[in-house]
Design a protein around this ligand. Structure first.
Ligand SMILES: Cc1cc2nc3c(=O)[nH]c(=O)nc-3n(C[C@H](O)[C@H](O)[C@H](O)COP(=O)(O)OP(=O)(O)OC[C@H]3O[C@@H](n4cnc5c(N)ncnc54)[C@H](O)[C@@H]3O)c2cc1C
Length: 388
């Protein structure tokens, strides 16, 4: 890929090395419900920090990597080559938080998170509010110097390893009645309980439980930004996360293209490698071509952000990148299973694991349908040329 600086190539290389070190642990994790021994996970996290792959998106003055958007994409692309979420130890804390955090919040939450000492989770989605975040019914009620938080949140990823949660609710009473607000909730806290922990398609150590918050008391100092600001944080985070989802999809597809191309060379049927068969060649060529298209798109989007593209255009382009890269990765994973034949249906096979794992990339951080709605909306408001 053209146009990468020496610094870009170095961080890409470190991330590639890290991913290659994690790959040998995948099958053990898959066969153990996603878990690896605690000391192994701790060593992986320490290695991510040592290689400068931790909190790459956070400002350097807070101890983060201070990386450009393109560099963040390069890192997430490489770690996306690993299954079973083993590379989530190269965490990306909320980059929107430092600019709105109070000095108290910076010391208590942000800095320790950047150092890898604290871990967050997000409690936003509810049973009746996913794509339509505005439909949440969780409430936040001011009570003296505190707020009381109540609501049931779904799919709270990493709740089992996090030690604080972002909780989004609608305010009840006061000048901002009915508006959104975001709170920091230490975990565990009285009134926060797991309702149940459903099983999901992928096999990872991070659970996604349904969590009930019942009159959870937090000090007013745990309000993020101001009352009424809640939704603006969600939008900013979505933009970042959608590009990172797209980057990880590039990595997943890259791994699959390499693995299926190599298998197609080795596997012989009727005395010749299946790579010589037109039907197999079609699957390989389509996968490689679509990966190239997606990578060009994701890198270009990141470069635009680094060059200061208008934020509304960024929003639409991140949606396009996420939409295309996640759908591309899903098609590649489907073809990879097919190229591997019966082996592709075995859980010890990387294609089988990615086939399940990549499916959620079309759902979380906004479904494909929601991305299309965002793109079409911006086309109407700004004209198709502005998004090109
Ligand atoms: C594994 C996993 C982890 C997650 N982690 C978290 C987390 O940590 N924190 C958190 O808060 N949430 C999390 N989520 C929630 C995730 O963001 C939502 O599942 C997602 O936004 C979709 O919402 P929904 O499930 O309610 O689907 P719905 O909104 O009910 O959508 C159902 C269908 O309707 C379609 N649809 C909805 N609205 C529109 C529209 N306007 N136009 C066209 N079609 C539409 C959707 O595309 C979909 O096909 C997670 C989800 C999963 C599966």
């Amino acid at each position: 890929m053209y146009g990468l600086s020496a610094e870009d190539l170095q961080i890409q290389d470190r991330a590639r090395t890290f991913a290659d070190e994690l790959i040998p642990f995948e099958v053990e994790a898959e066969m153990n419900g996603g878990d690896l021994p605690k000391d192994v996970v701790a060593a992986h996290k320490a290695r991510a920090i040592e290689l400068g792959l931790y909190a790459t998106n956070m400002p350097a003055e807070l101890g983060g990597g201070g990386c450009s958007s393109l560099q963040q994409v390069l890192v997430q692309e490489q770690v996306g080559r690993v299954t079973n979420a083993l590379a989530w130890v190269a965490a990306t804390p909320p980059s929107w938080l430092p600019s709105v955090a109070t000095p108290y919040q910076l010391e208590r939450f942000v800095r320790p998170t950047v150092r890898g000492e604290r871990e967050e989770c997000y409690a936003i989605t509810e049973e009746g509010a996913g794509s339509d975040v505005d439909a949440i019914i969780a409430t936040a009620r001011r009570d003296g110097d505190d707020y009381l938080l109540t609501g049931e949140k779904w799919h709270v990823t990493s709740y089992n390893s996090a030690d604080y949660a972002f909780f989004q609710a609608k305010l009840v009473g006061g000048a901002h009645d009915g508006e959104h607000a975001m709170f920091l909730v230490d975990l565990p806290s009285p009134g926060v309980t797991v309702v149940r922990t459903p099983a999901y398609s992928h096999t990872i150590s991070h659970h996604h439980p349904i969590v009930a918050f019942t009159d959870v008391r937090v000090p007013a100092s745990h309000l993020v930004g101001a009352e009424g600001d809640g939704m603006s944080f969600a939008y900013e985070w979505f933009r970042f996360e959608r590009m990172m989802v797209a980057a990880r999809c590039l990595g997943g597809a890259q791994r699959l293209v390499e693995e299926m191309a190599s298998f197609a060379q080795e596997r012989e049927v009727q005395g010749r490698p299946i790579a010589a068969l037109g039907a197999i060649q079609g699957m390989l060529a389509d996968s490689q071509t679509e990966l190239f298209a997606a990578r060009s798109m994701v890198y270009e989007t990141a470069r635009g952000i680094d060059a200061g593209t208008d934020v509304k255009i960024q929003h639409a382009q991140c949606s396009m990148a996420k939409l295309y890269a996640s759908e591309m990765a899903g098609r590649v994973a489907d073809r990879a299973v097919q190229v591997f034949g019966g082996r592709g249906y075995m859980r010890e096979n990387v294609a089988e694991r990615f086939f399940r794992e990549l499916r959620v990339e079309r759902i979380w951080e906004g479904t494909s349908e929601v991305q299309r709605a965002i793109i079409a909306d911006q086309m109407t408001k700004r004209g198709p040329r502005s998004l090109a």
